[in-house]
Design a binder for this molecule. Structure first.
Ligand code: KIV
Ligand code: ZN
Length: 547
């Protein structure tokens, strides 16, 4: 069977045989509590999404905060090569204007308007009736079409569509299509739908709208069905899928990009003549980057990108796999960018060799960044027998998460003995002022963190409150590098809307790694305080509901 191109009156449509991949890691994904990214980090993720070759990058929600506006604007400015940049906006005065301002510079702007349509949302959240919801939807779609012209992509989402009364939902979709929407998104906002039921809903929208608009789906994973629902929707006629890397997103997350894309690729008979343009070999790099920057670990048994996804532990499986990998492997590790090799630094032929190796691992690094990684890899080779792929990736990642620094650590010392008593001293420069402090603690990290707090408090007038501390070895062996993740907030910023940031540190000395992670977090908190533009943190800055 061959599918026809979908070419609505407006927007770019979808070519025959294509599934448009709309990545919302930087919008819905970033709304996951604790996953806040700085504008610079969002830009790093956007660059990796461009390497993945997704069709649309939903970069954020510009009305949510000045920081998110700035992040969307920078991504819109930088993203080229036919990749569209989307921004979310409520159907409410102020939001669409702000979104249009942010994506105006994009090569391919994609405006995403939404309003809730289910009775439960209308009655309890928006406190408006169905007629008003439909009126506002039509009004803002019309405004957007008049403002952006006929070629721009204007997407309309009926929030909580899967719990909306059918006849009303279809009326709203028809009305916004007449008003100029080129994509109709059907969100399963609370992850309530079951695949057969969701596929049928997509079929009904398709029957009503025909090819007047591209049908899109946006599935949440509250029942663990987001990927299944998305695939059922594709079989029923959806041609845009809204997904996130690692399935990141509100509550249980969104449909995961890697699962949906690899299902399309691995089971072509189930999706005849349909394919995405995603470079699947970039999936592992994207997954690691997002996990690293958000601090959301990937469970080992996560499909496609979990540490065990391609591991064969039991004897029977290993025997079969060795005779023929197809016995237990439906995809190759290479197809998702896992090279599986390890390499010792001695074999690198200088910077070029390192660059080639990093490219194989999904990281395009050049210029000053390459020099810095090279110097760090050589230094690491002095303290560690073997520099592995995982070490190299960690060295690249730690640079991607770098932040502007007003607080620098000059030195530290620690004395610690059995019985838990530790005494730490630090010297820092805090916003231009040299400061030193000592503190005791129940262990070396605690003592040094407290000493940092003492040193900076008189200047900043707040202390960091540590909400999470995690340490893991990057590779095997006693000489492995330790990777530390901390999450922290300001003592002066409390309650559910408090800004929580992450910090990372990497060193073969775990105290050094811990202090580095703490200092990164403190600098982010300070940056957010003095200059909202440097940070995005979309989810925690909008007082009202976010979908
Ligand atoms: O889950 C949801 O309904 C959303 C919409 C804005 C698409 O995120
Ligand atoms: Zn959502």
């Amino acid at each position: 069977m061959t599918f026809e191109a979908i070419a609505p009156r407006f927007g770019g449509g979808v070519p025959a045989g294509s599934i448009r991949v709309f990545d919302t890691t930087l919008r819905d994904g970033e709304q996951a509590p604790g996953a806040g990214l700085t504008a610079a980090e969002k830009l790093e993720v956007a660059r990796q999404l461009a390497r993945l070759n997704v069709d649309v990058i939903e970069a954020g929600f510009p009305a949510a905060s000045p920081g998110d506006f700035e992040a969307v604007r920078r991504i819109a400015q930088e993203t080229r090569g036919g990749i569209a940049v989307a921004a979310l906006a409520r159907c409410r005065d102020g939001d669409p204007q702000r979104a249009v301002e942010a994506i105006g510079v994009a090569e391919r702007p994609h405006l995403h308007l939404f309003i809730a349509t289910s009775d439960i949302h209308l009655k309890h959240k928006l406190r408006i009736d169905r007629d008003e919801a439909r009126r506002e939807a039509v009004r803002w779609v019309k405004w957007a079409r008049e403002t952006l012209g006929r070629d721009a992509e204007i997407e309309f989402s009926a929030e909580d569509a899967s719990r909306t009364e059918d006849a009303f939902l279809l009326d709203v979709y028809e009305a916004v299509t007449e008003a100029g929407a080129s994509t109709l998104n059907i969100p399963d906002t609370v992850g309530y739908a079951i695949p057969s039921e969701f596929g049928a809903l997509v079929g009904r929208v398709k029957d009503r709208i025909g090819d007047e608009a591209v049908i899109s789906v946006h599935c949440h994973n509250d029942l663990g069905l987001a990927t299944a629902n998305t695939l059922a929707a594709v079989q029923a006629g959806a041609r845009q899928v809204e997904v996130t890397i690692n399935g990141l997103g509100e509550r249980a997350g969104n449909a995961s990009l890697e699962e949906v894309v690899m299902a399309l690729r691995t089971r072509p008979n189930q999706f005849p003549d349909l394919a995405s343009a995603v470079q699947t070999e970039q999936i592992t790099a994207a997954s690691r980057l997002v996990s690293y920057l958000t601090g959301f670990a990937i469970q080992p048994n996560k499909a496609i990108v979990g540490g065990n996804a391609f591991a064969h532990e039991s004897g029977i499986h290993q025997d079969g796999y060795l005779k023929n990998p197809l016995t237990y492997e439906i995809m190759t590790p290479q197809s998702v960018g896992l090279s599986g090799s390890t390499l010792s630094i001695g074999k690198l032929s200088g910077r070029r060799g390192l660059q080639g190796k990093l490219r194989e691992l999904g990281h395009d690094v050049d210029g000053e960044q390459l020099d810095a990684v090279y110097r760090a890899a050589i230094a690491l080779a002095d303290t560690k027998k073997e520099v592995t792929d995982a070490d190299l990736i960690a060295l690249v990642e730690v640079r991607k998460a770098d932040v502007p620094r007003s607080i620098e650590l000059l030195g530290w010392s620690i004395s610690s003995s059995s019985g838990g008593h530790s005494l730490g001293s630090v010297s820092v420069v805090c916003v231009g002022e040299a400061r030193a402090a000592d503190s005791t603690g129940n262990g070396p990290v605690n003592a040094l963190f407290k000493a940092v707090d003492e040193a900076i408090k008189p200047v900043l007038h707040w202390s960091p409150v540590l909400t999470e501390y995690e340490i893991k070895a990057v590779s095997e062996g006693e000489d492995a590098q330790g990777q530390v993740l901390v999450r922290a907030r300001r003592s002066s910023d409390e309650g559910p809307g408090a800004l929580v940031v992450t910090g990372h540190g990497l060193s073969t000395n775990i105290i050094e790694a811990s202090l580095e992670a703490y200092l990164v977090a403190i600098n982010k908190l300070h940056g957010a305080e003095i200059n909202g533009v440097e940070v995005a943190f979309v989810g925690r800055r909008l007082a009202e509901e976010l979908p």
